[in-house]
Design a protein around this ligand. Sequence first.
Ligand code: COA
Length: 209
Amino acid sequence: MQTKIEKISALSALAVNNIEEVSENEVTFLSFREKLSLSNISHPDKKNEWKAARLAIKYALDTISLPYPGFYKDEHGKSHAMDGFGFVSLTHTKGLAAAIFHKDMPVGIDLDYVREKIVRLGPKFLDPSELEFLNNDPLLYTIAWSAKESIYKCQGRKGISLKENILLKPFSIQDDLISGKIHQTDHSDHFYQVKAEVEKEMVLTYTIW
Ligand SMILES: CC(C)(COP(=O)(O)OP(=O)(O)OC[C@H]1O[C@@H](n2cnc3c(N)ncnc32)[C@H](O)[C@@H]1OP(=O)(O)O)[C@@H](O)C(=O)NCCC(=O)NCCS
């Protein structure tokens, strides 16, 4: 997938980084707490992933002319702005890291490689009604997986099941917008729109408002 920085609206932007390309970039903008977290990661690949994802947030924020506030993680693993303004989501996979920021609304982002074996794993994360329209197609399964992960990250709480609590409306490869909902929880249903972008063997999804 091409690296990019994209302004989604005046309030929201995303960036996709090639981890190797940005591994030498300066991260002086990080908060003290983040610098500490970074220095505590011992594995070099994990360190570069972490760094590339924070650089992606920085580039996204630069695009909508907002300062980098520093981020901390809650008990669910979701990152929050230290100044309490705005919402962020991160993802990294082999070679790539991405981030999305929205000034007013929660967001979720996910990057995945298309793999044949995902079809076998389908019943673990898909509802029977979803299995019907995905036609055993590894690309459609990957988009469904990624869309659910983006919705999961957007809501942020552990304990939400991709299979039982996140339901996608039927979609096909022509659709770049996927509708989904979180249901059957203690809360009322929440509805989401997920943008899906496919480039070669990569799928990028992110929630939009
Ligand atoms: C947490 C989870 C979404 C992370 O996804 P992943 O594909 O492993 O990894 P990604 O690189 O895409 O995302 C990692 C980022 O997710 C973010 N994240 C972690 N927990 C999160 C949460 N509860 N809410 C929002 N974002 C979260 C973090 O920012 C993390 O990056 P960081 O460690 O650099 O800060 C995933 O592990 C998960 O729990 N998925 C849903 C649960 C599930 O049902 N899984 C199995 C079904 S068969």
